[in-house]
Design a protein around this ligand. Sequence first.
Ligand SMILES: Cc1cc2nc3c(=O)[nH]c(=O)nc-3n(C[C@H](O)[C@H](O)[C@H](O)COP(=O)(O)O)c2cc1C
Length: 371
Amino acid sequence: MTSSDVLFKPFKIKSLELANRIVMAPMTRSKAPAGIPGEANAAYYKRRAQGDVGLILSEGTVIDRPASRNEGNIPFFHGDAALAGWKGVIDAVHEAGGKMGPQIWHTGSVTSFLSDWLPDVPVESPSGLEAPDKPRGNAMSDEDIADTIAAFAKAAADAKHLGFDVAEIHGAHGYLIDQFFWDGTNHRADKYGGKTIAERSRFAVETVAAVRKAVGPDFPIIIRLSQWKQQDYTARLATSPAEMESWLAPMADAGVDIFHCSQRRFWEPEFPEIDGENGLNFAGWAKKITGAATISVGSVGLSGDFIGSFSGEAVSNAGIEKLLTRMERDEFDLIAVGRALLSDPHWASKIRTEKWDEISTFTPNSLGELV
Ligand SMILES: Cc1cc2nc3c(=O)[nH]c(=O)nc-3n(C[C@H](O)[C@H](O)[C@H](O)COP(=O)(O)O)c2cc1C
């Protein structure tokens, strides 16, 4: 075995068969004019399929709600024109032998830190808060909630009809679903709120159940989750394995096949007080607790995390030995790669063929173009 062979083992779950364990992390590019993905977007994703990425997750793409996005060039995942654009994307990826799913998203009440674009109706969230003590927009009514859940399900059904291989629900990073999870932004007194993470998960569980109903039993569903929020990097939804179980198990029961556990640095242990500084990360614990497949992520192949990249911090390429060690011990099933794949579409094939020196280094400038 060459050292990176563990990354290039096939993986199968339900109807999804992947040639290897490398996933392109979902990355907003704000390059879909008027919300419609076009040829440039299709070519961008196709290059990653040609570059041996096992599974491509699209940038966040939003559901059919009046204020579901926080930036003008984020793609829609609704409406004939946008869906025709996405059909062009998945056909191009399939032509190159790739597999792909859209990341289905609602930005809740979060303001974009990249632009001052505003939707033309008030934003919505569980309690009309963007962050703790920071009111913004409307608290959602029961009707808003039911309509939002239906819009997630419709988007997933459309993904399947267009030919996508999987769908990911974006439940992380402080956006709408995460605003329900987090006690800092969910103060509801109804069945969608509550003191415990299990109670505040109801919105996500109902969303997953509706998506499952819409796509049928064999189409894999991923949900992306994070302890951290962009509103507070130190926030945690589950502070013990028992709490994590009460958060994740109902979502697995409702139909999640793969938990995509977002960390900024994949090597950081989730509960070091239990299994030490080299202990399981978030994806490791999620797999151990639920038995479901998991994806890890965070600074693979790079020396610094992605939040630093948004403020222009330079990074250098780094080795992947720590990743291989964790994958060899089967801690998680798949690994998502973000920035390294933004600057070098052929990152995966260069890892496979051990052309370490040929990997282009990520620079914050690559955020501006679709390389
Ligand atoms: C430009 C950019 C856009 C991103 N957009 C999204 C997004 O739309 N949805 C999401 O879940 N994460 C998003 N992320 C986070 C990435 O998916 C990933 O978790 C993060 O970059 C860490 O991986 P990396 O260290 O390999 O870059 C974004 C990251 C970057 C750099």
